[in-house]
Write a new protein. Sequence first.
Length: 279
Amino acid sequence: MQAPPMPLFLDAHLAFAQQLAQEARGMYAPYIGRLANATQSATRSGLPQAEIKPDSSLVTALDHAIEAHLRLRIEDAYPRHGIYGEEGGTVRLDAEHVWVLDPIDGTAPFLAGVPVFGTLIALLHRGTPVLGVMDFPATEDRWVGAAGRPTQHQGKACRTRACGRLDDAMLSTSNPDFYAPHELPAFQALRDRTRWRIYGGCCLAYGLLAAGRTDIAIDARLALYDYAPFIPVIQGAGGVITDWNGRALGLDNPASRILAAGDPDRHREALGLVRHAMG
C-alpha cells in the first residue's frame, strides 16, 4: 500500500512538527539523566509524581506541561487548526487540519526508567493522518513520516524489511495485559504463528518496525493519539497499518485495535488470522 502524494502545504507543517518535538524533548531534559539512576526513588530523584486516570492509565505533571505547551504553540501558529490531545481534549475537530498529540506515550515506562517512551505528534488532513513525528528523548531517536515521502529515521530514509513467512516473523505488542479477554484470541493466534515475540516496546516498537527491525505489531485498547503518527511513518517506510478489520485508520475510524506489518503480504496473512480468531 503506497502512501498518497504529499500536499505541498505540508512542507511548513513538517518543519513545525519537528520543532514541536524538539521543544518537547527539551522539557524532558531535566528528568532524563535521573532515569538512569536506578538507586533513587521517584520522589528523591525529582521525577514527577504520577496520578491514576479514570481509565487506569498513569499521568504526570510533565504530561500536562508538554501538551499544554504544544497546544499553545499550535494555537499561536495555526489558530484555525483543530487539536486532539490525550490530556487536553479536543477542539475544532471539524477543521481541515487537526493536530493529534500524545505528550508522553508510555508514562509507566517513563517513570520506571525504561527508554521506550516518546512524544507523538500527527497532523490529519480531512481526517487522514498525513504527517507523523515519533520522538524518543531518552534514546534521541526520531522518526518522521509524511504522505508521499520516504520515512526518515535520524534524518535518513528507512524501510521495513521483507518477511517471507509468518512463521519466521518477529511480533511485538505493548503488553499482553492490555487486551480484554475477548481480544486475547487475536493476539494468541499471532503469538502461535510467529517465531519471536517482543513485549514492552510501547510506541518505540512501531518505529523499529518502520526501520526493518521487526515484522508484525499488534495492540488493543488504544486511542487515536496513541498511534496516529505511526500511520504515515509505517506507510512511508513501505509497511501497512490498519485496524483489525483491515480498514484505514483516522478521524473517521479511530479504532482501538491496530495491526501493522512491514511486509504487505504478511499483513494480509496476519489480518486473516486475527479476523478468524475474533469470529
